[in-house]
Design a protein around this ligand. Structure first.
Ligand code: FMN
Length: 215
């Protein structure tokens, strides 16, 4: 295997890991994956974000309490979309959410919960004036989260980019004591996976890539 093969193998097996062992993560490994996050680009190289690595059980319990309630709303929203489907169909769909439910309920046992916070005033949002949701601001924030996930994969760790908790910013600010005006853009539970790093399910290249024009 060349370094190139290894690299593509790493990319193609970095899936969401929601079942995580409570085995601690060495601080030097945590430092390495956090350094990888810092190597990510941001607009104007302003790096308008910070990480809070939560290992304290009491704080993780609070994160779990908040996340469970948002996760349950998300599951209910998806089940409601099924309408009057038979019970077995509803149960099958509910089962698809079971690893997510398990993560939410067991978040306090995950060794490290990485919280990503940002300063919105430092973002230069080039699509802010258009008649749709602006997305460019996130481009200065999420590359770091993905770098962290890829580095975690290289270390044999796993995690998942989650955002459901972000709506509870005010409670999170009190809990984590980040500055007024800052926001939360991701929570990444991190640790050694129960299962395997795995193959990804993604659309094929020929449906995603257009050459020269969309036509
Ligand atoms: C912007 C974004 C938000 C996400 N939020 C959550 C979340 O709140 N909870 C969760 O369990 N997974 C969340 N995910 C993980 C996705 O569900 C997951 O990446 C996707 O289903 C593909 O699965 P895979 O990563 O295993 O290939 C999020 C992913 C992204 C990119």
């Amino acid at each position: 295997m060349t370094i190139t093969d290894d690299f593509y193998s790493l990319l193609s097996t970095t899936r969401s890991i929601r079942r995580i062992r409570n085995t601690p993560v060495d601080s030097h490994i945590l430092d390495r994956v956090c350094q990888a996050a810092i190597w990510a680009p941001s607009g104007g190289n302003r790096q308008p974000w910070r990480m809070i690595a939560v290992t304290d059980t009491a704080i993780k319990q609070e994160l779990s309490r908040i996340y469970v309630s948002e996760w349950e709303k998300y599951v209910d929203f998806n089940l409601a979309k099924l309408g009057n489907q038979p019970d077995d169909v509803i149960e099958r769909v509910r089962a698809q959410f079971s690893t997510g439910t398990s993560l939410a309920e067991n978040l306090a046992d995950v060794p490290v919960v990485m919280m990503f916070v940002h300063d919105p005033s430092a973002l230069y949002v080039t699509d802010a004036g258009l008649n749709r949701h602006p997305v460019v601001g996130g481009a200065s924030l999420y590359p770091a989260v993905q770098n962290l996930l890829l580095a975690a994969r290289a270390e044999g760790l796993g995690g998942v980019l989650t955002t459901l908790i972000c709506s509870r910013e005010n409670e999170l600010r009190e809990l984590l004591k980040f500055p007024d005006g800052w926001g939360v853009h991701a929570m990444v539970p991190l640790g050694y996976p129960v299962g395997q790093h795995g193959p990804l399910q993604r659309a094929p290249l020929n449906t995603m890539l257009h050459m020269n024009t969309w036509a």
